[in-house]
Design a binder for this molecule. Sequence first.
Ligand code: DAH
Length: 355
Amino acid sequence: MSDFEKKILDYKNKLNTTKDLEEVESIRAEIFGKNGFINLEFKKMGLLSVEEKKNIASNINKAKQELLEIFKIKSSEALDKDLNEKIKKEKIDVTLPEHEFKVGKVHPVSQVIDEISCIFSEIGFTVEEGPDVESEYNNFTALNTPENHPAKDMHDTFYLDENMKTLLRTHTSPVQVRTMLKGKPPFKIIAPGRTYRSDSDQTHTPMFHQLEGLHIDKDITMGHLKGCLNYFIKEFFEVEKIKMRFRPSHFPFTEPSAEVDIGYRVEKNKIIIGEGDQWLEILGCGMVHPNVLKNCKVDPKKYQGFAFGIGIDRLAMLKYGINDLRSFFDCDYRWLNHYGFDPLDVPTNYRGLSK
Ligand code: DAH
């Protein structure tokens, strides 16, 4: 065996016994560096004849290729070993308790829905839900809304097909229809949810929230409606006395219809609810139109009742002093942190709604 072959064998043995990346790299420098073994061997050839040069150069190149191949395997082995050690050290025990615990906040809209559900459940209402994507029939026709009613206008309603048969519900009132069609009277429900209209400014967003109420039974009167809403508003604003008025209005699905305003005044830039000489509209209501009852397979001669529709976002703004509706839907964590509610402090009638 020549000296050259012996040296190459030494390097191969050395490489085979090491697993350390640093050592592999130092051997690489020793062999392939500027003044490394391979270059020195090439330099030595200067004095030889052409025939000898050819022979030796081919031997050196062969050894070089073999060594490079070994280096490739060794480097990747050493890298894997390094990585595995690093991963082992960095292992996290996910079952350990969190020491910097960040609690999320409940959005004011969810809070207000919980509060309202709580208030109505106290007087026997149950909660119903309906889909956001509705049929034109449930959203308008069954609710006695005439073909040419302005609410059906393309500018207000998001239609989902060319034939205008499916849409994003423009109000929660279609849940009245769904509830009555699937059951038998009496009905006493509320239905909170998302509603959509093509509208956007400081007090309107294309998606907003409403809460529908429906009470159908024998001998239900407008007096029951007034009593129910009076109770609700006092409970909701957590005040003893509230100034409210029913203003005659028109909705296709109720007869008679009314809008409810509550009294307020502004003191030092703050709204004081329930007193003062200014009025704020907060909901629409009325006695359910006999045509609606008929469309929902309820006999209007035997049963009647009232319905109402509340704008949830507006109530949340009023109660919690938030003045731009659009901020509700910005998903800004700082805003939520300020206006949001403690998730563990669920509103109840006996412990208080918001305190
Ligand atoms: N659906 C009406 C709206 O979006 C609100 C409303 C008014 C609902 C009167 C009712 C009602 O149930 O009786 O403007």
